[in-house]
Design a protein around this ligand. Sequence first.
Ligand code: XIL
Length: 434
Amino acid sequence: MSQLWSKAGITKGLSRRNLLKSGLKVAAGIEMGAFFSALEEFNGTEVQGARYDSVKNGPLHVPDLSAISGTKSLKAHAEAHSLLYGSGVDAVRLRSEPGYAELVSSQCDIIAAENDMKWYALRPSPSSFNFDMADWLVSYCEKNKIKLRGHVLVWDKGLPPWFTEFANTGNARQLLMTHIQQVVGRYAGRMHSWDVVNEVIDVGGSGRVDSLRNSPWLQLVGADYIELAFRTARDADPTALLTYNEYGIELETPEQEEKRAMVLLLLRRLKARQTPIDALGIQSHLGPVTRGEYGEGLRRFMAAVRQMEMQVFITELDVNDKGLQAATHERDEIVAATYSAYLNSVLPERAITTVMTWGITDRYSWQNNMPNPNRTDRLPSRPLLFDAEYRAKPAFFAVRDSFDQRKLTQAGSNDPMLAPQVDPYAPFNPVQSR
Ligand code: XIL
């Protein structure tokens, strides 16, 4: 079952309460049950084809991008404020659609492999690798001078169908290490960064004092799999920035504050043990919310991460419009306002060096590639910066303006307590502490 997409993995910050609290024009009757059952049928291995018909079969007139290219592009505005801008992409799109490739290269400093470097994509069997798409993507990025983020080496999802049957306590440690050695080693020196470990804190469901998710890796390798993954990745490629990536840590709710605390504890523990880790990825799959929802808790958290000498990457930013009323114009405005509210709240943090959206056009958003519609009205979702015909939406201008308005906070002005230099999990020793 672990390779199936799950409720927990997708409801990031999208609870009915958050949507209703937002005070925006949110449809009250959200069919969460239907949405979840659609998702439960969803298997990551089917991702490459399924689209809404209305999106898939729609006309594709690639507009003239000149008014938003060059100095007017997202990447130019990002770079002017010490940021990289980028997007998650599937290689097949770049490969088969010149218009899409043009859009990506006009706007992006960096792309992330949205699916092509997941286990199910790279591992047809326990003993083999298929690097065709990943190799193509790495060369494409080099040819086009686009940086590349690898995604993802250790996750409880995106695993191949053989995994559950094959992996056991006797072979899982070696399986994990071999995978990282082969994959990271193959592209050594050519990657901007790797998502080494993804989504391992599960505050509600874990039942453990450290809130580690009850994933196959925890069960089969033991709690040191996280550290092992980072060390193996560093050995295989000393130059890529190694990232821990997490969701559900963006909002000012008690649940998300608690999750931030547990992520911080994990990072401190890893750092205290000299684990090689360079960056925290904050996924940022947002629901439509007002400004008040983003704030101090997240900013304190990022400052604490900075004090551990880590960078912060916004890795998978998008705005789910599922609960919003149908009128396209209104939806687009609320989505844009959400991008502004979030980015204006977080971008003063100077540890943030990269902002990536999870896709660039609504045409290929993961929110439109479920087997059943995301929206109950079956209209395509509009979560990204360009519409399905590659026209810039209000969200594009909102993001670009947020880059322009970036004013970094001064060093020391909002520093939280210093990160402890010792392992917070070390056994208490009364003799030493006297
Ligand atoms: C999603 C992709 O966007 C989809 O195309 C795929 O079908 C499922 O996975 N968190 C992650 C990403 O870390 O890998 C997920 O990507 C979205 C949530």
